[in-house]
Design a protein around this ligand. Structure first.
Ligand SMILES: Nc1ncnc2c1ncn2[C@@H]1O[C@H](COP(=O)(O)OP(=O)(O)OP(=O)(O)O)[C@@H](O)[C@H]1O
Length: 224
């Protein structure tokens, strides 16, 4: 699903932030990505959904070499990936339901109310459909962001510190949703610094852990 061979990335004007990364993320797999603050986790996720392109090496997403895709190709690739951003990125003047359905509206797809209700029910936000983003708790925001990430039925879900500001119970609720998505066949990749979250997940799914250390990507051992 994602394959990297000796991939490197550096922001313009800086040196290499990530270097010599080789990796295979098979379809249906569940991975965590961890590493110190500033090590490049968000950057790595952005490479995965072709928001950034490698500065060296070979990388394919859904078997397509990302550096050879044109704008339409990249847009088509992104439609197959749902992203939960670190800061949720809601439009503050739109109620929750409109924020969740935004990807459908943008791509010109009709919003089917029963499907929307089912999705909001799944994330336990039916009663908050008309709430404005500012009136939501951290956990509600993250669940709404997850609903928005999966409304287009992506094959892969990437989440950037989805439990960053949540208490343990709320983190577990969100983790459960991500595990359910994986059990329904979706490939899941979660960036987190929370080792307890990783341990809790590993008790339930065959999750593997990638760690960024010293600009390189390592597959962590079974001890974590
Ligand atoms: N658009 C950008 N232009 C230049 N440098 C950037 C840009 N975005 C991030 N960086 C730098 O790249 C490095 C890695 O940032 P990134 O956000 O990927 O790390 P992270 O591991 O996700 O951090 P955190 O855990 O704190 O969210 C940081 O030093 C950051 O300042």
């Amino acid at each position: 699903m994602i394959e990297m061979q000796n991939v490197a990335f550096g922001y313009r004007g800086g040196g290499e932030l990530l270097t010599d990364m080789s990796l295979q993320l098979p379809p249906g797999s569940f991975h965590f990505l961890t590493g110190p603050s500033g090590s490049g986790k968000t950057t790595f996720l952005r490479l995965c959904y072709a928001d950034l392109l490698p500065t060296a090496g070979a990388m394919t997403v859904f078997e397509q070499p990302v550096t050879e895709l044109d704008r339409d190709g990249i847009a088509a690739l992104r439609r197959r990936i749902g992203v939960v951003h670190q800061d949720c990125q809601f439009l503050d003047h739109l109620p929750l339901a409109e924020n969740v359905t935004l990807p459908m509206v943008i791509s010109g797809k009709p919003v089917e109310i029963p499907a929307l209700k089912e999705l909001l029910g799944w994330v336990e936000l039916i009663g908050h459909a008309r709430a404005m983003p500012a009136a939501l708790s951290g956990g509600e925001r993250q669940r709404a962001a997850l609903a928005r990430a999966v409304i287009m039925s992506p094959e892969m879900v990437l989440a950037d510190e989805p439990t960053g500001n949540l208490d343990w119970d709320m983190s577990m609720r969100l983790l459960q949703l991500l595990i359910e998505l994986n059990r329904s066949g979706k490939t899941v990749l979660i960036a987190t610094h929370d080792l307890n979250l990783i341990r809790a997940a590993k008790a339930q799914v065959a999750a593997r852990v990638l760690r960024i250390q010293g600009k390189r990507l390592h597959l962590a051992g079974a001890d974590l």
